[in-house]
Structure formats: structure tokens, C-alpha cells
Design a protein around this ligand. Sequence first.
Ligand SMILES: NC(=O)c1ccc[n+]([C@@H]2O[C@H](COP(=O)([O-])OP(=O)(O)OC[C@H]3O[C@@H](n4cnc5c(N)ncnc54)[C@H](OP(=O)(O)O)[C@@H]3O)[C@@H](O)[C@H]2O)c1
Length: 250
Amino acid sequence: MSNSASSSNIVLITGANKGIGFEIAKQLGQHEGYHILVGSRDAAAGAKAVETLKKAGSFVEAITIDVTDDKSIDAAAQAVKSKFGRLDVLINNAGISLDSHVNDPTGKATIRSIYERTFAVNIFGAAATTDAFVPLLEKSPAARVIFVSSDLGSLAHRADPQGRHHYVDAPAYRASKAAMNMLALGYAHRYREKGWKVNIHNPGYTATDLNKHTGPGTVEDAAKNAVRLATLGADGETATYTEKEGILPW
Ligand SMILES: NC(=O)c1ccc[n+]([C@@H]2O[C@H](COP(=O)([O-])OP(=O)(O)OC[C@H]3O[C@@H](n4cnc5c(N)ncnc54)[C@H](OP(=O)(O)O)[C@@H]3O)[C@@H](O)[C@H]2O)c1
């Protein structure tokens, strides 16, 4: 297998030092022709993840990026520009969930603080990161952008008393993922004519640190559809909201 960085698709995954992002890096990094930049806000965590991924046979390297910090985002974009001159695949995976009872057992955080912190990562972070990497994606012959959202962002499911996860409250998280879906569609619209494939991925309820491992799903399953979207051919879809089982209602 040959994955020399110069001839490979260059992929950046934010929040890839653990959880679903790590698993996407693992699976995609084993595909021929994909060189993965493992984004992490903590350099030591990124280096540790890369060490593990390399042992698993993935073609990876670490890059530091905190999506709430414009300086960090710009430094990461500058590093990718200097080293590769382009970016082929951006996976906006970094995310947090604060309003679930499992993550705020004291119940003391104010609603404003929960919304501000959740949106800072899940929405403002994804928007600022995507915008910063647009000039490098424009240099790619086949740009792919994936937004790791959630079925909890589905307005259709939320509005339907029989809808999936209708009982789950988590208002800030749900609102942030609904907003992320609209953010993604903006990029899909703007770059459709240029042939970019911009799509939204739902990993499904998965056991990770985000939910204190309460999710029933595995990271292996959660990563699959993201890998499919990252490797779409020229005839692939754009502006979709999918999971491994198929299309989700908006
Ligand atoms: N798990 C689920 O059931 C589920 C379901 C649907 C959607 N999702 C989505 O899947 C994505 C990955 O979540 P996960 O379940 O894998 O959670 P996770 O294990 O907690 O991983 C989240 C990742 O995001 C990173 N991150 C958090 N804040 C960041 C920031 N400011 N800048 C850069 N990176 C940051 C974390 O870094 P640190 O290690 O430094 O904290 C970590 O690498 C999220 O967008 C989440 O909303 C998850």
C-alpha cells in the first residue's frame, strides 16, 4: 500500500484524538491514498492518538486545532498550506454535549452558559474552521466536507411525538446540531457548481466520552458513513443528511 502524502488525499478531522473522530481516522487512514491529519486541541493527546493509529497501520499525523480559538485554527490552516498546499477532505467532527444530565449532574450551569459553550464548539467552531480551510479546499481537485451532526438535530424527528429520540431533551445540543445542518447546506449550495460534495453525517447513539459511554452503538459503526462520505466519487451525493442505514428526515 502506498500513501505518500504528496499523492494522497489530505484529510483533516477535528477532535480526532478520541471517540468517533479517532475511529474515522483509523478507518480512513487504512484506505489507499488517504493521509489523515488527526486534529486535537491538546498536542499531547494528539501525539498519543497518532502513535496508536500508526501501530494500527493508518497513515496519520497530528495537528493541533482548537475550534473555539481563531489563532489555533489559522495556525493549523497555515501549517496545512505550508506542508501540502491544499486540503481534500475536511471532517468537522469536534463536538460537545453539555445539557444532558450525564454531563451536568449538579444541574447548576445556567441555560445561557450551556448554549454559549455548546454553540462555541458545535457551530461557531465548525463554521470558523470550514471558512479558514475554504482556500485550501479550493485547491483540491475533488473537495469533500463532512459535518458530523446528529439525528438529535432533526427537526422532523423532534416535531413528531413518535419521532426517534423524541423524548431526549438536550435543547442546546439539539439546537446546535440543527444549526449545523443548515450551516452544512450553505456550503453545499455555495460549492455545488465547483463539484464539492458537502454532506452531513449522523454517527448514531454511540458509547463515547461525550455521553459517558451510555450509547449502545460502537465507534466502528459510527464511523462507517463518515468514511463513505469522505471517499465519494465525482458522481457522489451532495447536500445530504445520512447515517449508515440511509437518509434521515430534516
Ligand atoms: N457519541 C454519540 O452518541 C454521538 C451521536 C451523534 C453525534 N455525535 C457527534 O460526534 C462527534 C464526536 O463525538 P464523540 O461521541 O466521539 O465525543 P468524544 O469522544 O467526547 O470526542 C469529542 C472530540 O471533540 C474534541 N473537542 C471538544 N472540544 C473541542 C474544541 N474546542 N476544539 C477541538 N476539539 C474539541 C474532543 O477533544 P478533547 O479530548 O480535548 O476533549 C474530542 O476529541 C461530535 O460532534 C458529536 O456531537 C456523537
